[in-house]
Design a protein. Structure first.
Length: 566
């Protein structure tokens, strides 16, 4: 994956297991402030350790960064707006920012190799000291492991105190503290007996108990911030998850050695909506680069100054243009928190597609991260799908082809971009394409409302259009003749006869017929059920299977064979 994040706050959206946290972890590994990071084979793609892995970043640094004080010079590249390029010592490079290329490799020995890539292709070590001077503050979802609240080397509290001799002094003080003084008399006797046994065997004697270090958590890391609850000092690590996260960020704000990069995974964790909005404001106000993931609608709504990114089910990442998605962002934020979203023309299409997904993808389609959203009309669907697919993202759509086909060029480009993910009718809308597939013998079943409330009203809408008072099915059939299915289509879409073009009252009545048929979520579902259960699906499947199979593919499900499918 190649990504060009922006300065300031980068808000990363998408469904579960698409890679949002992995992006944050990659940055954290690249700038890990110690040499104790332990790799295992699961850190490698498909556990192919022999293939290694590589994380690389182009980064600009302040002039006083320790990178400039290395024994072996780290030479800068130049940023041309898209990538790091070789400096042109003879050309005009005004306006080109000096940048550095940092890299970490996971080797075949399950070790990390941190490097600075020089413009001539050679590398020099990217030391722990340099990584600490750049600084990374990570607010993850891990419980009670907040490194910035403890005196962990390279952590926020350690960098804030900036006391180089503290570790040695603290180690001596803790080592000299007599723990055995807290033992019971019986336990002290056993320790004395052990000391005598050591002396008898010429082993080190005069034994005692004290805090000792080891591979893993050091003694110093046991020291952390405390805060009083009443009169009792309690470790800050024992407070709520949200409080710990805000405390870690406050430490980062107080650092005197620059502005560290901030990583916040699932910002909403442990925070009420008002504190979510507060944290978003703090991140946006800080003059640092931050990377944030979220599943929270209040966070998305509050991130007015952030750049929004979306990772789709294929792992592609693209920018969401805020000006084009703002309305839908407020109306249905779940569209940007799912693995793959289908943008449907209207309520009928939403209800119809939800039923098809349950029948032909999986009944658990929602649990797998699919989402169907109401685009709110043809023009809005076009604008939204254009914006969402501009970065190569996988969004799907189902749309009408309106009379005159407005914006044919834009639709053609969108169709080419989305391929099978876009279902657009050759002409008309979903009712105009599906209702004619029903035979006259199925008319009664098509008219019948499962709830029983609209059956009579549907017959009345047909009788009104025929100019008859008798709403019996026999009378409607006799009056309509071969036009019966075309008449149902006109009623279902709310078609207004030309002779009433200037009669507002009659227009309202005829347009209202559509709400008696399938112009609703329940109506869309009803139409889908009838298409399948009345045997019409074999005539309609060719239109829907390309989209259904593409959705199945993106969920790693086997495609449906159109030849064998009925």
């Amino acid at each position: 994956m190649t990504w060009h994040p922006t300065a300031g706050m980068n808000l990363i959206l998408g469904g579960g297991n698409v890679g949002k946290t992995t992006v944050l972890e990659a940055i954290a590994v690249l700038l890990h402030p110690s040499s104790t990071f332990a790799l295992n084979d699961a850190d490698y793609f498909m556990r192919l350790v022999e293939a290694e892995f590589c994380i690389e970043a182009v980064i600009s640094l302040p002039d006083d960064n320790s990178l400039h004080r290395l024994a072996a010079a780290a030479w800068p590249w130049e940023w041309d707006g898209e990538d790091a390029v070789l400096p042109d010592i003879h050309g005009d490079t005004r306006g080109r920012e000096p940048v550095y290329k940092l890299r970490v490799r996971g080797t075949t020995d399950l070790e990390l190799s941190h490097e600075i890539v020089q413009p001539d292709g050679t590398t020099i070590p990217l030391s722990v000291g340099i990584r600490r001077s750049i600084g990374v503050v990570r607010l993850s979802g891990d419980e009670k492991s907040d490194r910035d609240l403890r005196l962990i080397q390279g952590g926020g509290l350690d960098r804030l105190l900036n006391d180089a001799g503290l570790r040695a002094r603290l180690g001596r003080k803790v080592a000299l503290d007599s723990v055995e003084g807290e033992l019971t008399a019986e336990a002290r006797q056993r320790l004395t007996a052990l000391d005598e046994s050591f002396a008898h065997l010429a082993l080190p004697s005069e034994l005692g108990l004290g805090f000792v270090g080891g591979a893993g958590l050091s003694i110093n890391a046991l020291v952390g911030l405390t805060a009083k609850a009443g009169d009792v000092p309690l470790p800050l690590l024992s407070w709520g998850a949200g409080t710990r996260r805000l405390a870690s960020l406050t430490i980062a704000d107080s650092l005197q050695d620059g502005a560290p990069i901030t990583l916040v995974d699932e910002l909403e964790r442990g925070l009420e909506p008002y504190r979510q909005r507060s944290l978003v404001r703090r991140l946006q106000d800080r003059e640092v680069q931050s990377f944030v993931t979220t599943h929270s609608a209040p966070v998305i709504a509050a991130a007015t100054d952030a750049t929004l990114w979306y990772i789709d089910a294929t792992g592609a990442i693209g920018e969401l243009p805020k000006d084009k998605i703002a309305l839908h962002q407020r109306k249905d934020p779940e569209s940007f928190l799912s693995r793959l979203t289908v943008v449907a023309e209207g309520a009928t299409e939403v209800g119809f597609m939800r039923e098809l997904l349950s029948r032909f993808v999986t009944p658990q389609w929602q649990e797998l991260g699919l989402h169907v959203t109401d685009g709110g009309g043809n023009a809005t669907v076009l604008n939204l799908l254009e914006a969402l697919s501009a970065g190569g993202l996988a969004f799907a759509g189902i749309a009408d082809r309106e009379a005159g086909d407005p914006s044919p060029g834009r639709w053609a480009r969108l169709t080419e971009r989305l391929g099978a993910l876009l279902l657009r009718w050759p002409q008309g809308c979903i009712e105009e394409n599906l209702i004619p597939l029903f035979g006259a013998a199925q008319l009664e079943a098509l008219i019948d409302d499962p709830s029983g409330r609209k059956t009579g009203q549907r017959r009345r809408s047909l009788a009104d259009r025929l100019g008859i008072n008798d709403t019996s099915l026999e009378a409607i059939r006799a009056a309509a003749g071969e036009r019966i299915m075309a008449l149902v289509v006109e009623a279902a879409v709310g078609h207004v006869p030309p002779e009433f073009a200037n009669d507002r009252e009659r227009q309202s009545i005829y347009k209202g017929h559509a709400s008696l048929w399938f112009k609703s979520l329940d109506g869309g579902r009803e139409l889908a059920v009838k298409v399948v259960e009345l045997g019409v699906w074999r005539l309609a499947a060719h239109a829907f299977l390309p989209l259904i199979n593409e959705l199945r593919r993106q969920l790693s499900l086997a495609p449906i064979d159109p030849v064998r499918h009925d």
